[in-house]
Design a protein around this ligand. Structure first.
Ligand SMILES: [Zn+2]
Length: 235
C-alpha cells in the first residue's frame, strides 16, 4: 500500500539497496587487486634478494679462489725455503712466507664472513618465499570468494531492478523525465527526504506551497537540487 510518502521513500530505499549491492560487486575485484599487488611486491623483493645473493656468492667464490691460489704459492715458498742456498735467501723467503700467511689469514676471515652473510641472506630468502606463498593463497581465496558471491549479487541486482521499475509508478507522469535525469546523474541519491522542511541533500528549505504538498504526500521537486522530495510522517 502506498505509504504517507506516496511510495517515494520505498523507491528511494530500493535505489539505496541497489547502490549498496553494486558497491559490493565492485569491492570484490578491488580486494583481489590489492592482494595481487602484495604478491607483486613480494616477487620483486625476492628477485632483488636473488640478485644480491648471486653477487655475494660470486664475491665469496672469488675470495676462496684467491685463498687457494695463495696457499699454493705458500707451499711453493716453503719448498724453496728448504732449498735456500744462503742465510740471506732463507731470511727473505721466510719473511715472505710470514707476510703471505698473515695476508691469507685475513682473506680466510673475509671468506668465512662472506659465507655467514650468504647464510643469513638464504634464511631471509626462505622467509620471503613463504610470505609469497601466503600472499598467493590469499589471492586465490579472494578470487574464489568473489566468484562465489558474484552470481548472488547479480541476481540481487536484477531483482532490485525489477522492484525499482515497479515502484517507479509512484512518480507522477509529469515528473518522470526529471526523475530519470536525476537517476542518471545521481544514482541512489536521485530522491531526498525532507527534514525540518529542508532537503536533506542540499539543505535548502521548501516553499510554503511545497510544505502543503509534502504533508499530503504529493510529489514535489527540490527547487535547488531538483531531487524528488518526500517527507516521512512520524506516527
Ligand atoms: Zn535539494
Amino acid at each position: 500500500m502506498p505509504s504517507a510518502t506516496g511510495g517515494l521513500k520505498e523507491l528511494h530505499d530500493l535505489h539505496l539497496r541497489y547502490a549498496d549491492v553494486e558497491k559490493q560487486l565492485e569491492t570484490g575485484p578491488r580486494q583481489i587487486r590489492v592482494r595481487e599487488k602484495v604478491v607483486e611486491k613480494k616477487q620483486a623483493a625476492i628477485a632483488a634478494h636473488k640478485e644480491n645473493l648471486t653477487a655475494l656468492q660470486k664475491a665469496a667464490d672469488h675470495k676462496n679462489l684467491q685463498f687457494r691460489t695463495n696457499e699454493q704459492h705458500l707451499a711453493g715458498l716453503r719448498a724453496k725455503l728448504n732449498q735456500a742456498s744462503s742465510n740471506k735467501e732463507f731470511d727473505i723467503i721466510k719473511g715472505q712466507i710470514e707476510a703471505d700467511t698473515a695476508a691469507n689469514a685475513v682473506l680466510e676471515d673475509e671468506y668465512l664472513a662472506a659465507l655467514e652473510k650468504i647464510d643469513a641472506r638464504r634464511q631471509e630468502m626462505a622467509a620471503l618465499e613463504s610470505e609469497l606463498k601466503t600472499a598467493q593463497s590469499s589471492v586465490e581465496t579472494a578470487r574464489q570468494d568473489v566468484a562465489a558471491e558474484k552470481p548472488k549479487l547479480e541476481a540481487q541486482l536484477a531483482e532490485l531492478k525489477a522492484e525499482i521499475a515497479a515502484a517507479e509508478h509512484c512518480v507522477p507522469k509529469e515528473m518522470r523525465e526529471d526523475y530519470r535525469r536525476m537517476v542518471a546523474a545521481k544514482g541512489s541519491e536521485c530522491l531526498a527526504a525532507v527534514e525540518r522542511y529542508a532537503c536533506t541533500e542540499c539543505y535548502v528549505e521548501v516553499s510554503p506551497q511545497q510544505k502543503v504538498e509534502l504533508r499530503s504526500a504529493k510529489a514535489t521537486k527540490c527547487r535547488s537540487c531538483g531531487r524528488l522530495l518526500y517527507m516521512e510522517i512520524k506516527e
